[in-house]
Design a protein around this ligand. Structure first.
Ligand code: ATP
Length: 245
């Protein structure tokens, strides 16, 4: 069954077609990699899938519902790690997690237990009471990863999760993500890192010029993913970009 379903979706900003005729499905239990060059439409697609934007045309469903119709309920059921997102500077990680747990509908006791679990998994135990502004960029990224998983959603949308993390923590995050999907959940991973996609994902969609230009089951052929990426992206004709009058 499709957990994520995107059909002929378009979204433009002031004459720029960020997403244009995008269609794909992600099934339950997949770790789907969303790969594409700069400006291909990946972040815009994540915003459409998480109810932060409404499509101009086409249809999006996540867990069978349209995220733009009920974005609050959608966000209770999914986890989101935005690219380059940072936790609020004036909170400590514990305060931020407690706030996020509250708006995701978790009881205080459950929030405390989840904070312990995720702080332990990501090595944040000794930073829970430090103000976020005083955390390193990598520690802030750990806080953002933990908030995405805190309410144990069955779908996560994660944009460049390994950015700013040291190799040890990268490995921990990769293991967590693999275990999360093996437990029967679904992950949508947007990344520029083709090696990470090839190592972790069950399937990838390559996006260029606002649409999917290739899909591959990872490991199904001997052709390296980098070669698939370069050949398909190079073949795409760039859309017309409006010029200043
Ligand atoms: N709010 C906006 N206003 C105007 N243009 C936008 C807006 N958001 C996105 N765009 C444009 O839409 C296109 C797709 O942007 P998007 O951020 O989705 O790409 P991306 O694939 O995530 O890129 P990157 O890999 O560089 O992060 C780009 O040309 C971008 O400039």
């Amino acid at each position: 069954m499709s957990v994520i379903r995107v059909r002929d979706v378009s979204k433009s900003f002031a004459g720029v077609d960020a997403v244009s005729g995008m269609s794909f499905d992600v099934d339950h239990g997949e770790l789907f990699g969303f790969l594409g060059p700069n400006g291909a439409g990946k972040t815009t697609t994540i915003k459409l899938l998480t109810g932060q934007l409404r499509p101009d045309a086409g249809a999006v469903t996540v867990n069978g519902t349209d995220p733009s119709v009920d974005p609050i309920e959608t966000r209770r059921r999914v986890g989101i790690l935005p690219e380059g997102g940072t936790p609020p500077s004036f909170f400590t990680p514990r305060e931020f997690f407690t706030y996020v747990g509250g708006i995701r509908g978790l009881d205080d006791e459950v929030v405390d237990e989840r904070i312990d679990r995720w702080a332990g998994r990501l090595g944040l135990q000794d930073r829970l009471e430090t103000i976020n502004a005083d955390l390193s960029r990598g520690q802030q990224q750990k806080v953002m990863i933990a908030q995405a998983f805190l309410h144990e959603p069955d779908v996560v949308f994660i944009d460049e999760p390994l950015a700013n993390l040291d190799p040890l923590v990268q490995e921990r995050v990769k293991r967590q993500l693999t275990a999360y999907v093996e437990d029967g959940n679904t992950a949508f991973l947007s990344t520029h890192n083709i090696d990470v996609a090839e190592e972790m994902c069950t399937r990838v969609g390559i996006v260029a010029d606002g649409r999917i230009v290739a899909e591959r089951d990872v490991g199904s052929t001997d052709e390296p993913l980098l070669d698939v990426f370069l050949s398909t992206v190079e073949d795409v004709q760039p859309r017309d970009v409006p010029t200043a009058p």
